[in-house]
Design a protein around this ligand. Structure first.
Ligand SMILES: Nc1nc2c(ncn2[C@@H]2O[C@H](COP(=O)(O)OP(=O)(O)O)[C@@H](O)[C@H]2O)c(=O)[nH]1
Ligand SMILES: [Mg+2]
Length: 240
C-alpha cells in the first residue's frame, strides 16, 4: 500500500485537460475558424474513488472481489489508515482509470478521511443489509460527504452482503427509499458472490468519463437510467 502525496483539485484536474470549447457561432458566417473538435476523453486521467461506510460492511471484500474476482472469507485486519488500488475499467472502448481508496470505517478514523474526501471524484458508500446500525449511519456518512467532498462528486449507495438473505435486517425498498431521498443511485451487492460488484464500478466509471468530456451539446450520462437498463438486461439488480 502506498500513500498518495497530493492530487490536484478537481477543477484544475479537468480544466487543464479540456480547454474550453467555443460555441459554433463563428462558423459559416465569414469567420474562417474551423469548428472546435469534439471533446476527447483523456485516458490518462486518474479518478480518485473512495469506499466509505462503517467497519465490517464489506468495503475491503468488495474491492478484493472487484480487483481479483474472488472472495476471501474472514475478517481483514481493520484497514488502518488508507491505501489504494489502481484499476482500469474499459467503457465504450475507452480506458477509465480508477484509483480506489479503501478506508477504515471506524468513527475514530473519520477525521483522517476528511482530507481524502476533498479531491475524491467518486464515493461508493456501503452498508450491510444484515446490520441496521450500518444502514442508520448512512445519513451521518452522507452528511460528512456533503460537508467535505466536492459538490459534483459521483456517489453510489450500495447495500452489501445480499447473499445473506436469512439475516437480512434492511429491506431493499428501505435502501431504495434512502437513495431516492438523497438522489443517489443504489444497488444491492455481494462481495461474496460478486453480484453487481462489476456493475457498480462500471456505472461509476461511465459517469466519471461522461463528466470529464461533458459538452453542452451532448446529452448528459444518466447513471440511474444506465443501471436501470442493465437491470432490465440481466434482471439482477435494484435501482430507483
Ligand atoms: N456473506 C458475506 N460476507 C461478507 C460480504 N462482504 C464482506 N463480508 C464479510 O464481512 C466481514 C467484514 O468484511 P470487510 O471486507 O473486512 O469489511 P470492511 O471493514 O468494510 O472492510 C468479513 O468477515 C467478510 O468476509 C458479503 O458480501 N457477503
Ligand atoms: Mg476494510
Amino acid at each position: 500500500m502506498e500513500r498518495m502525496e497530493s492530487m490536484e483539485p478537481l477543477s484544475a484536474f479537468y480544466t487543464t485537460a479540456y480547454p474550453e470549447i467555443q460555441p459554433e457561432s463563428g462558423y459559416g458566417s465569414g469567420d474562417k475558424t474551423p469548428p472546435a473538435p469534439a471533446p476527447a476523453y483523456d485516458q490518462e486521467l486518474v479518478h480518485k474513488t473512495i469506499l466509505v461506510g462503517d467497519s465490517g460492511v464489506g468495503k475491503t471484500s468488495l474491492l478484493v472481489q472487484f480487483d481479483q474476482g474472488k472472495f476471501i472469507p474472514g475478517s481483514f485486519s481493520a484497514t488502518v489508515g488508507i491505501g489504494f488500488t489502481n484499476k482500469v475499467v474499459t467503457v465504450d472502448n475507452l480506458k477509465v482509470k480508477l484509483q480506489i481508496w479503501d478506508t477504515a470505517g471506524q468513527e475514530r478514523f473519520r477525521s483522517v478521511t476528511h482530507a481524502y474526501y476533498r479531491d475524491a471524484h467518486a464515493l461508493l458508500l456501503l452498508y450491510d443489509i444484515t446490520s441496521k446500525s450500518s444502514f442508520d449511519n448512512i445519513r451521518a456518512w452522507l452528511t460528512e460527504i456533503h460537508e467535505y467532498a466536492q459538490s459534483d462528486v459521483v456517489i453510489m449507495l450500495l447495500g452489501n452482503k445480499t447473499d445473506m438473505a436469512g439475516e437480512r435486517a434492511i429491506r431493499r425498498e428501505e435502501g431504495e427509499r434512502l437513495a431516492r431521498e438523497y438522489s443517489v443511485p443504489f444497488m444491492e451487492t455481494s462481495a461474496k458472490t460478486g453480484v453487481n460488484v462489476e456493475l457498480a464500478f462500471t456505472a461509476v466509471a461511465k459517469d466519471l468519463k461522461s463528466r470529464a468530456i461533458q459538452h453542452p451539446t451532448e446529452p448528459k450520462f444518466k447513471i440511474h437510467e444506465y443501471i436501470e437498463a442493465q437491470k432490465e438486461k440481466s434482471s439482477c439488480c435494484s435501482f430507483f
